[in-house]
Design a binder for this molecule. Structure first.
Ligand code: DP6
Length: 378
């Protein structure tokens, strides 16, 4: 019997992946770049147990047994077993596995839960099967963006050229400690599950959006190079400007999709206005917003600006009385008392809570297993 438990992080793209050239292999139409968040505050946690006594592969997600027949899950299992037979522990790879995974943040609300989940599954399975070396291309088979969660720091997913997809993998641009002042505020607007999944939304964009074609050909390649340079040089203003422009273009593509995929709501738009007003009041770009396929905002900013920005968020989006206690979660925040004037009417209870976090190191192994010795969830 062999058992391993790992945690894996969420990543938030600053150059978005949107559109596949191969649905089955999950090969993207463009390179993308993201920051990997610390696992201290948001993570997926997965235990994989392999045993001679198990008669079938099984999986439990967030406390509920799910079908192991999910094709993406099957692709990850198959790819890793094959890899293990070539270069790892072939004996263990022949055993059946029990998998148990939990997220400590809302699932499928545009908070990159599938990225953390699949990165964790693949990273943990690789340890059980004795597979070393790159596993990002296997994580990619679970969910495209998951390949970026296999590394810490700032990460680039190279679209690759080969039909086999072997060169469509993630690499680290810089480690987490390269830019220690970088902070992230996740503004949780809604826990609601999204209406159009990323998978079907991007498929429809590929079929119908001319703007997506323009973006992939003329915009992303330049942005990727400029973003990489901004990260390497810790040039926050350039980093922030490209981040906001790329988020805006991605959502413009979603609106150009037919029928449109609408992910932002009124609260998201109020957050966008707030950020631009604050940056204008400062006379420089201090904060960047970015939104994935959901209404929650992710703000990138430097440590020194967290107290003011957190206070502004609480001023414009005051929590309901019952949410006041744990409105700020994650790294402790001491909101500023002196604030620049902002012309945005307050909206009570529209932001449920804020997670304050930073760039993190990527997946790691931990000791407390989610499965007991008989292979059942604890
Ligand atoms: C908007 O990785 O969830 O978050 O590959 O179909 O599983 P699939 O899609 P997914 O798409 C993520 C899209 C995004 C942008 C990004 O993370 O780059």
């Amino acid at each position: 019997m062999k058992v391993v438990t790992c945690v894996a992080p969420v990543n938030i793209a600053v150059i978005k992946y949107w559109g596949k050239r191969d649905e089955e292999l999950i090969l993207p139409l463009n390179d993308s770049i993201s920051a990997t968040l610390s696992t201290d505050h948001m993570h997926a946690k997965t235990t994989v147990m392999a045993s001679e006594t198990f008669t079938e592969d099984k999986i439990w997600l967030n406390g509920k047994e799910e079908s192991i027949e999910n094709p993406r899950l099957q692709n990850c299992l198959k790819d890793l077993r094959e890899k293990a037979k070539r270069e790892g522990d072939a004996v263990t790879a022949n055993l059946k596995v029990h998998i148990c995974s939990v997220n400590n943040f809302p699932t499928a609300a545009g908070l990159a839960s599938s990225a953390a989940g699949y990165a964790c599954l693949v990273y943990t399975l690789a340890k059980v099967f004795g597979v070393e070396g790159d596993v990002s291309s296997v994580a990619r088979r679970g969910s495209g963006s998951a390949c970026r969660s296999v590394f810490g720091g700032f990460v680039r997913w190279h679209q690759g050229e080969l039909l086999s997809g072997e060169d469509s993998l993630a690499t680290q641009i810089v480690p987490a400690n390269h830019w220690p002042q970088m902070r992230i505020l996740i503004l949780v607007v809604s826990d609601a599950r999204k209406t159009t999944s990323s998978t079907s939304g991007m498929q429809r964009s590929v079929e119908t959006s001319e703007l997506l074609t323009h973006r992939i050909k003329n915009c992303v390649p330049k942005r990727v190079e400029a973003m990489k340079k901004a990260i390497e040089e810790r040039d926050f203003e350039t980093f922030a400007e490209i981040t906001m422009k790329d988020s805006n273009q991605f959502h413009a593509v979603c609106l150009d999709t037919y029928p449109p995929a609408v992910y932002l709501n009124d609260v998201s738009h109020a957050i966008i206005r707030l950020v631009h007003q604050y940056n204008a009041a400062c006379g420089q770009i201090k904060v960047a917003y970015t939104f994935d396929a959901g209404p929650n905002a992710c703000l990138y900013l430097l440590e020194q600006d967290v107290p003011t920005v957190a206070a502004l968020v609480r001023l414009v989006f005051p929590p309901n009385p019952e949410q006041q206690q744990d409105f700020f979660r994650g790294i402790p925040v001491i909101p500023s008392v002196i604030l620049p004037p902002i012309n945005e009417p307050p909206q009570v209870g529209k932001i449920r809570y804020v997670i304050h976090t930073k760039v993190g190191e990527g997946p790691s192994q931990v000791d407390d297993h989610l499965l007991s010795e008989d292979g059942q969830p604890k």
